[in-house]
Ligand binder design. Structure first.
Ligand code: PHE
Length: 366
């Protein structure tokens, strides 16, 4: 099935600058794509209200990749060849961003992923950027939190072997947790879309861990939490940014209470700039509180707009150079300075899950 364009046709002509966006608006990671789309829409609305860029209005062409890397890659080809976009925003899931980056790099069209954290994404080439931290840091954050805050000695890991993100985070966590003096009792695997995790959880239970690291996406993690509790595994679960979705609470219910995950941003941040973003986002989205995806996508779009303003023209090389020079950019999910590898170096927050919501616990700096 071809990717579907959302939001109707984009007006062509000399008075608009067309950006491309690829996201999971349907499928197992649908809340990721929807939040990202809403964050980008807010950034563009604000920029257009302030006069656009070089006298032109900004518009975005959005394709739904249905949570599939193959569709994401195909959408990039369409955005470049058909829609002639100057720059691409997306994806969230690292496996999809990896498939997209290949195409964007080959065509010389800059791509900014708001939220893909697997280090290999930006290694695809000099046209590929991100505005978030990377997983060698994120894995360290939860390993450190597990050792120093939760005082855990023995932890099991349950990874999604279909996700570049989950595989990468598992590797880092295992290494860092051991370096900090902890022991990994066992590493078990599932495949994205599975619904029965009892065999893996039973194997994990036998090793008597004091916690379980589950670096997956919310769609699976919620179900894993329920099945773990049913099997009598009462220890805390820990995860990464992939847990960040309202749906986690729906799927996990009270089974997810008492768990922790690392993330890019907390809506509890009292910074007036963050609180203004939250208020504006809520006003446009029926009162929904923006999650990290919305915040990072808003930041990525604003970094793109800032580069469009600074670049001498909208050609690929000019935009690539302008994005690469991003420095001390005040994002709502942290200040963004892009390093030589086109990654942002930022702090992470740890959030606790209880009673159907998250609460801020601590910030861990790189
Ligand atoms: N970091 C995840 C990945 O690379 C995506 C993600 C980011 C999901 C932020 C939720 C919140 O696959």
């Amino acid at each position: 099935l071809p990717a579907t364009a959302q939001g109707g046709p984009v007006p062509a002509g000399n008075d608009v600058i067309v950006l491309g966006e690829v996201g999971a608006l349907t499928g197992g990671q649908a809340t990721f794509g929807i939040s990202s789309r809403n964050g980008i829409a807010l950034a563009l609305k604000e920029a257009n209200a302030a006069g656009g860029v070089k006298g032109k209005k900004l518009v975005v062409r959005v394709y739904d990749d249905q949570s599939k890397p193959e569709e994401a890659a195909q959408a990039v080809t369409r955005l470049i060849t058909q829609d002639k976009v100057v720059l691409i925003l997306g994806e969230v899931a690292s496996s999809s961003s990896l498939a997209m980056a290949e195409k964007a790099q080959a065509a010389g069209v800059p791509m900014i992923t708001p939220s893909s954290t697997n280090p290999t994404v930006t290694e695809k080439g000099d046209y590929i950027f991100r505005v978030c931290f990377i997983d060698p840091f994120q894995g360290f954050v939860m390993a450190k939190f597990a050792r120093e805050n939760l005082k855990l000695n023995k932890v099991a890991v349950l990874q999604d072997n279909k996700s570049a993100y989950s595989i990468g985070l598992t590797e880092v966590f295992r290494q860092k947790f051991a370096e900090l003096g902890g022991k990994i009792t066992v590493t078990e695997s599932y495949s994205q879309g599975d619904t029965d995790y009892r065999a893996q959880l039973t194997a994990i239970k036998k090793t008597q861990p004091e916690g379980i690291y589950v670096p997956g996406y919310y769609s699976e993690v919620g179900v894993i939490a329920r099945q773990a509790r049913e099997l009598g595994l009462k220890v805390p679960l820990m995860g990464g940014d992939g847990w960040d979705s309202e749906k986690l609470f729906e799927l996990g219910g009270s089974a997810i209470d008492g768990s922790y995950f690392s993330n890019h941003y907390s809506p509890d941040n009292p910074d007036p700039r963050v609180q203004k973003f939250i208020a504006d986002y809520k006003a446009d989205n029926n009162g929904a509180v923006p999650d990290a995806l919305a915040a990072l996508a808003y930041d990525a779009a604003r970094v793109a707009i800032d580069a469009l303003k600074r670049a001498p023209d909208t050609s690929g090389p000019a935009l690539r150079d302008a994005i690469a020079q991003t420095k001390d950019f005040p994002g709502v999910a942290g200040v963004i300075t892009l390093d030589a590898k086109r990654n942002a170096v930022k702090s992470a927050v740890v959030l606790k899950v209880a009673d159907g919501k998250t609460s801020y616990v601590t910030t861990i700096a790189p």
